[in-house]
Design a protein around this ligand. Structure first.
Ligand SMILES: [Zn+2]
Length: 79
């Protein structure tokens, strides 16, 4: 039995398996519902990417979505 390791097949498989796949729309929704900050970034490329947020105090800050969500870092460094 042979097993294809073609990248495209692997990617498709991975996308279906990870059903919690965040998109910029979903992140925007999450930010609106779970914080006082606003999402300024318009593209999302993965968990390691820093996103730009606007804090309720008016400061802009950059943070990965993982930190924002998992570590509750939902305001700028000064708040
Ligand atoms: Zn702030």
């Amino acid at each position: 039995m042979s097993y294809s390791t073609s990248l495209s097949i692997d990617d498709t498989w991975r996308c279906k398996r990870v059903n919690k796949r965040w998109t910029i729309e979903k992140i925007n929704d999450f930010v609106e519902k779970n914080s006082d900050s606003k999402l300024l970034s318009t593209e999302y490329h993965g968990f390691s990417q820093k996103l730009l947020f606007k804090c309720a105090c008016g400061n802009n800050f950059e943070k990965t979505f993982t930190k924002f969500k998992e570590k509750n870092q939902r305001t700028c460094g000064e708040c």
